[in-house]
Design a protein around this ligand. Sequence first.
Ligand code: SAH
Ligand code: DHB
Ligand code: MG
Length: 223
Amino acid sequence: MDHETFSAVDEFVTANLVEHDEALQGALDAAEAAGLPAIQVSPPQGKLLQILARLQGAKTVLEFGTLGGYSTILLARALPPGGRLITLEANAEYAEVAGASIERAGLGEVVDLRVGPALETLPALEQEGAGPFDLTFIDADKVNTPNYFAWALDHSHPGSLIIADNVVRNGSLGDAHDADPATKAQRALHETLANESRVTATTIQTVGGKGYDGFTIALVERA
Ligand code: SAH
Ligand code: DHB
Ligand code: MG
């Protein structure tokens, strides 16, 4: 199997099963025009996020890593009326592009976009008493995934979902000797999960247009 095959399947699935409209295309076009990297979730993965948010009945969502707002718009659309999504983005230029796309999608009132490195914007959320979040999507700087997970877990409730993207990293997750700090962080996340009685979790490997990667899903246990 090769990348071309994975892409073809992603395209087939997307064409048949994934809704697409002007606002989403506008977000992708604006991101491309502004030179943002095209590292947003794939359409099938975005659809999974939407299904999980709906299954969860999520009213409060926290997202780490906005980029151009593609996953933000998808998740925000999965919320019921009155639902709120807080998204954290370190890069001010990306945030500006995302903010405009979120507005164009009619989600300006639903989405609260905070600009700055997440570890620096989380204390304000803490002070405001933000959360608990029904669903957290961790998709920012990969070395900090364990830190974001810890914060998300402390701002969850029994039944909350915490999803971390890009944990498999072309298979390097399985290599104890991999020196990449981003890989080491995903292995550390798994050690934390193994020893954390408050959650039950799994990691699913994925192939697709974006290559070989995967995500972790952790469910906060009911006491
Ligand atoms: N969730 C997006 C993709 C996010 S890509 C989507 O699927 O559409 C990762 C993003 O995390 C980038 O925009 C990057 O600027 C941002 N990022 C990197 N370091 C960060 C940090 N310390 N805090 C918050 N965001 C960060
Ligand atoms: C990168 C980030 C992502 O969130 C992703 O899905 C793929 C790649 C990156 O930083 O390279
Ligand atoms: Mg990602």
